[in-house]
Design a protein around this ligand. Structure first.
Ligand code: ADP
Ligand code: MG
Length: 232
């Protein structure tokens, strides 16, 4: 492993394999993918559609199982954990942002950010305070009572980011988070993500087609023949 040998990566995918059955055929998507994500480092995952970016993010984020290989979170293997234990790790250590915001439409921005903290069992008072802080940090202090439909696309994504980091995860995965946004809004949302990496030291992996944004991140990787390769 590169970098300081003494440090443990926040996330380490080791020799991950993932296949999908397609009728008679087997589609091999990941074929020995290995990737280390480090604290405070932003990594762009740039690869054509269908190469397995979402699959890799889902496996690294413990939303899906690998067929072979191991996912270590903070040095601890996860493959043989129970679903309950994996869910617990997802709640405390992992944040996810998708291309569409996936906010709950019936709830305000504040309530959407409160939700993961309430599920985790924090007090309501604490949760309100923390959610307000995160939303204002992301420039949304005037939008806390708005429902998703009353927000612009960029604001919706920033609320989704606030929700993803509400429990102070160690790693943030974002799957084409600016894919639906115009260039200026995409830039704004991207800056919010980078600001969080700098301020909190969270590790970040963003799947994106945007080469300009990828160029502004700390590191760039791709997927080729089911393996992760370093770009540059
Ligand atoms: P990307 O995010 O890079 O566009 P995906 O990880 O979504 O790629 O998908 C990689 C390939 O795996 C695609 O060809 C897709 O059709 C296939 N795939 C993804 N999920 C499934 C599934 N649940 N069942 C069958 N094939 C799948
Ligand atoms: Mg995808």
């Amino acid at each position: 492993m590169e970098q300081d040998e003494k440090e443990v990566p926040v996330v380490y995918l080791h020799d991950v394999h993932r296949r999908y059955k397609q009728g008679e055929d087997t589609l091999t998507i990941l074929d020995g993918a290995t990737l280390a994500l480090w604290e405070g480092q932003s990594v762009a995952l740039v690869a054509p559609s269908g190469t397995g970016k979402s699959t890799l993010l889902h496996i690294a984020g413990l939303l899906e199982h690998a067929d072979e290989g191991e996912v270590y979170i903070g040095g601890a293997a996860t493959s043989s954990l129970s679903d309950k234990e994996r869910t617990q790790i997802r709640r405390t250590d992992i944040g996810f942002v998708y291309q569409s915001h996936r906010l709950l439409p019936e709830f305000s921005a504040l309530e959407n950010v409160m939700m993961p903290q309430m599920i985790r069992g924090l007090s309501r008072k604490e949760t309100v305070k923390r959610s307000q802080e995160i939303l204002s940090y992301l420039g949304l202090s005037e939008r806390v009572t708005h429902r998703p439909a009353e927000l612009s696309g960029g604001e919706q994504q920033r609320v989704a980011i606030a929700r993803a980091v509400a429990n102070a995860p160690r790693v943030l995965f974002a799957d084409e988070p600016t894919g639906n946004l115009d260039p200026q809004t995409a830039d704004h949302v991207f800056q919010a993500l980078m600001q969080l990496v700098r301020a909190t030291g969270v590790a970040m992996l963003i799947a994106t087609h945007n080469m300009e944004l990828a160029g502004r991140m700390d590191r760039r990787v791709s997927i080729q023949h089911g393996k992760v390769i370093e770009l540059d």
